[in-house]
Design a protein around this ligand. Structure first.
Ligand SMILES: [Zn+2]
Length: 227
């Protein structure tokens, strides 16, 4: 795995890993990134299997971050009508998430904090961009808020989540993936599993929303089982 080794050697992996593992309860320096909870990915033209199941966990995660005064970012695929990822232009996907259309809107029931920062991605007609950190303001916005670690959940594990996580690690952020708040497209049956394995190799921690946000009277888990 020379490629991975090379990547890790160049990316602040040790620091990222250390911070990701040091504590699981969100606090100073943490932010939540909710990836692409849009109609087309939940119930529309490119619906991800079981996607509605992530809405409630993400609502609980957003509430936990907002209650602590921590930043919440919400990304959206925001394509021009003739985006290069669409089949008409030789891309792999049906038309989806065209900017300003109902398909690109946040899914009903998603309770974004009023001050959530909205990030639009893949807005250039000739550039595919799965990562929320590709050609967007997200990196600058995170640094401006002195964020060192991001918690990530949303759609889809094997495309926009894994690409966002890969870029975040490369940029020196620690990452915690909210496993129960992500779902995969699985064009190939094991795409989601492969993406998860890659994120773990890169030093990403995985946790459930209950572990991060607290699951009621018992409060947040503070043990090591979330690793
Ligand atoms: Zn797209």
């Amino acid at each position: 795995m020379a490629v991975d080794g090379e990547l890790l050697a160049n990316t602040g992996y040790d620091i990222a890993f250390e911070v990701a593992m040091s504590r699981i309860t969100p606090g100073d320096g943490d932010a939540l990134v909710v990836v692409d909870l849009q109609n087309d990915f939940v119930t529309g033209s490119l619906a991800v299997p079981d996607a509605p199941a992530v809405v409630d966990p993400l609502n609980r995660a957003m509430a936990a971050f907002a209650a602590r005064g921590l930043p919440v970012f919400a990304t959206r695929d925001w394509h021009p009508p003739d985006h290069c990822s669409f089949r008409d232009r030789g891309g792999p996907w049906p038309v989806h998430c065209v900017a300003g259309t109902p398909g690109a809107a946040f899914v009903p029931g998603l309770r974004l904090p009023p001050d959530a920062v909205h990030i639009h991605k893949a807005t250039d007609r000739d550039t595919e961009a799965y990562s929320a950190l590709a050609g967007t303001a997200l990196g600058d916005e995170l640094r401006a808020r002195k964020v060192r670690r991001i918690f990530v959940g949303g759609l889809a594990t094997d495309y926009c989540v894994v690409n966002t996580v890969r870029d975040a690690i490369r940029l020196g952020f620690a990452v915690v993936v909210l496993g129960d708040a992500c779902r995969a497209v699985n064009v190939q049956a094991d795409d989601g599993a492969k993406a998860e394995a890659e994120m773990r190799r890169l030093g990403t921690a995985f946790a459930s929303v209950d572990e991060v946000a607290g699951a009621g009277p018992a409060g947040p888990t503070t043990g090591q089982e979330w690793r």
